[in-house]
Design a protein around this ligand. Structure first.
Ligand code: HEC
Length: 129
């Protein structure tokens, strides 16, 4: 890979391998936001701004009662994102940044959200335990 930064997809694979190395499948909670740099307070405002609630029911976000995608209640402790991707704060941020790169063909559209906003949104979603 030379000195090119690893692509997000490769990072996801690495993260999954690391997560599986920690054992205790299904028993442990999904990795928490400790050591994660997202700002949950800002993330809540961004969720309203990007109107995630037009497609998702999201606890704590006024008017977020959409039913196109799954409700995000307890998404912070869910094992998989979209049934395929190991749930972790980093993977959640990559999902929000570009769900079509993470899982091509799934029904959630890419919204052009920068990684830095995606990390704040992920931090908020991790408060939904
Ligand atoms: C146009 C509708 C739409 C919008 C807007 C949308 N999503 Fe989604 N989202 C979906 C659909 C559909 C899925 C289900 C994808 C799948 O499981 O294959 C999904 C899945 C997800 C998941 C995984 C949930 C799970 O249970 O695995 C998360 C987290 C998520 N969306 C967060 C967001 C956030 C945050 C935003 C705003 C930045 C957003 N979504 C905007 C439609 C949308």
């Amino acid at each position: 890979m030379g000195h090119n930064p690893a692509s997000p997809v490769i990072r996801v694979v690495i993260a999954s391998l690391m997560a599986s190395g920690l054992g205790a499948c299904g028993q442990s909670k999904a990795a928490g936001p400790d050591n994660f740099d997202g700002d949950a307070h800002r993330g809540a405002k961004l969720i309203a701004h990007y109107q995630c609630g037009s497609c998702h029911e999201i606890p704590g976000i006024a008017g977020a009662d959409g039913n196109v995608g799954p409700p995000l209640r307890r998404v912070g402790t869910r094992t998989y994102i979209a049934g395929f991707i190991q749930n972790s704060p980093d993977n959640m941020a990559y999902w929000i940044e570009d769900p079509q790169r993470m899982l091509p063909g799934n029904a959630m559209p890419g919204m052009g959200i920068p990684q830095n906003d995606a990390r704040d949104i992920a931090a908020f979603l991790y408060t939904l335990n």
